[in-house]
Design a protein around this ligand. Structure first.
Ligand code: TEU
Length: 542
């Protein structure tokens, strides 16, 4: 089972993409309506965040029925039409499968609560809680009804962890995967899949909120192989990606090794923690370029040498917009957006574009806590206040770090609500929409640049398949790498700062060809001077 390395994935947060009914939330018909837009951009696969029935405590990552459509998003007929219309545009779909946990509203949990022992064994229920912390704050254990026992929830208390040790649970899960496969789905993104392998005997773990006790356990690899064999592994052209929480290169090499039949590729988040103070998300510090560069190089080289495969991304529905984190957006939004894009689209791995990134969308600049919806942000604000931060301090941190930053509605045009809805949007539209929207950007600097990057990957095996080697490793402001395949070489240099920087060029590149840049090229010589946030890709043979 291999997958096509020329493909580029586009992530849609369906609740915020396009509303066709005026109710204020996006829907599947909105996705159908915008397929020509995505075809124009050139993407091959659309990853949709969960749209299943759910009480929406965690915006759909709390699934109460895995094989149905939440009526707010439409019907199964809409879903089938979306798949069929996608095929006409050469666009396939990747669904989000949330199998570490299900909603406590799911009938499995409800039956368990009602006392059915068969379903109680679907969950992780113990007489005594361990000291593990929930990723959304507080203990990872809550009372299981009035039984005096506790159930595990690594996330919100309404997201009960599933017991993968139980073969009946696995059988149900594999059946769900096949249900969607039978509908013509060609990809899956598995939510926090490296957390599914808990030990039978659970012990206290004071380190890192308990993470070592349940992350990347060897048994996860076995479960993935079983799932692969029972479902998508039977198809030739399937793309799967595992979301790996706090993972390691060693494990990602195993997860993505072709001959191990686990997954096509993995997401890791280390590069998006370089602006965390002492590893803590709820803090405010400038990003650490050295760490970012070293992470990219270490992962890039090790994955390349040992034939692993990574999903490459700057943005998703859990992250503030990368432009706000890494770029001087007041002066260099276009340059910064295109440089960030080239730094992953020309690299080794499968690039993912998060909706709005291709038009340079920014964090929304909300005015008060009342504008936020996300459970993680609301909990974090409470915790920061309890820890003694002032309301202003806590708000400033939420504003920079909240997941809602990326969840604001897609900005289609400069009409009311950015053309997202004719009703009242569930989450406020970003204030920037009159200036930053699809209509305007189609002839702007960023959207056409993304199109070109996608086109290049499709036409150049060197970009899709070439090896990765670090370049200019010691530079304090340039992140650069070299790709190689069949005697061709591509050097990609990215200036991460607003100051110019001069680099010496190896002779072989002095006579090379500029494949792409986000500035008019000055030509190549013994040295090149990169302008603020310039990206430059030089192609050569030999
Ligand atoms: O996220 C996994 C995860 O670990 C998140 O806690 C992430 O690190 C955090 O949001 C960053 O602050 C996945 C989904 O992507 C997320 O939307 C869900 O809330 C979570 O799983 C639970 O299903």
């Amino acid at each position: 089972m291999t997958f096509d390395k020329r493909k580029v994935v586009y992530q849609i947060y369906p609740k915020s993409f396009k509303d066709t009914t005026g109710k204020g939330t996006g829907d599947l018909r909105g996705v159908i309506e915008k397929l020509p837009y995505l075809a124009d951009l050139g993407v091959d696969m659309v990853w949709l965040n969960p749209f299943y029935p759910s009480p929406q405590r965690d915006n759909g990552y709390d699934v109460s029925d895995y094989t149905a459509i939440n009526s707010d998003f439409g019907t199964m007929a809409d879903f089938e039409e979306m798949i069929a219309t996608g095929k006409r545009h050469n666009i396939d779909f990747m669904l989000d499968m949330v199998f570490n946990h299900c909603s406590t509203d799911h009938e499995w949990f409800q039956k368990a609560l009602a006392g059915d022992p068969y379903y109680q064994d679907f969950f992780i229920i113990r007489d005594q809680p361990t000291d593990w912390r929930s990723k959304f704050g507080g203990s990872a254990w809550s009372p299981f009804g009035d039984t005096g026992r506790y159930y595990l929830h690594l996330f919100d208390e309404t997201q009960a962890d599933l017991n993968w040790r139980n073969p009946n649970v696995r059988a149900k899960i594999f059946k769900i995967v096949n249900f969607w496969r039978d509908k013509g789905v060609k990809g899956f993104r598995f939510d926090v899949i490296n957390l599914i392998g808990k030990d039978e005997l659970l012990a206290d773990c004071p380190v890192d909120d308990g993470k070592p006790a349940y992350t990347d356990k060897p048994i996860v690899h076995d479960y993935l192989r079983m799932m692969n064999e029972a479902s998508f592994g039977q198809d030739d052209d399937f793309m799967t990606v595992g979301e790996m929480s706090s993972t390691t290169i060693e494990n990602c090499l195993l997860y993505s090794a072709e001959d191990r039949h686990e997954l096509s590729m993995t997401f890791n988040f280390h590069h998006l923690k370089v602006d965390y103070k002492d590893g803590q998300k709820w803090s405010l510090i400038p990003f650490d370029f050295e760490t970012l560069k070293d992470l990219f190089h270490t992962w890039g080289e090790k994955m390349s040498k040992a034939n692993g495969w990574s999903a490459l991304f700057w943005n998703n529905h859990d992250q503030p917009r990368a432009l706000n984190r890494f770029i001087d957006i007041k002066n260099f939004r276009n340059e910064g957006a295109t440089m960030l894009a080239a730094s992953i689209h020309l690299s080794r791995g499968t690039p993912y574009i998060y909706m709005g990134e291709e038009i340079g969308m920014l964090d929304p600049d909300f005015d008060s806590m009342d504008d936020y919806v996300d459970v993680e942000s609301i909990n974090a604000y409470q915790i920061m206040m309890e820890q003694g931060k002032t309301a202003e301090e806590a708000f400033a941190i939420i504003k920079a770090k909240s997941r809602d930053n990326s969840r604001t509605p897609m900005q289609w045009d400069d009409s009311a609500n950015a053309g997202f809805t004719t009703g009242t949007s569930w989450l406020k539209v970003s204030k920037s929409y009159p200036d930053i929207n699809v209509k305007k950007e189609k002839t702007g600097k960023i959207y056409p640049f993304y199109k070109e990057l996608i086109r290049l990957r499709k036409t150049m095996p060197l970009i899709a398949e070439g090896s990765y080697k670090a370049a200019y490793k010691d530079s304090q402001q340039v992140y650069a790498f070299e790709r190689q395949l069949d005697g061709e070489r591509l050097l990609v240099v990215n200036n991460f700062y607003a100051q110019e920087v001069t680099l010496e060029l190896e002779p072989v590149y002095q006579n090379g060809q500029v494949l792409l840049s986000n500035y008019e090229s000055d030509g190549l010589g013994k040295t090149i001077t990169l302008k603020p946030y310039q990206t430059l890709a030089i192609l050569t043979k030999g």
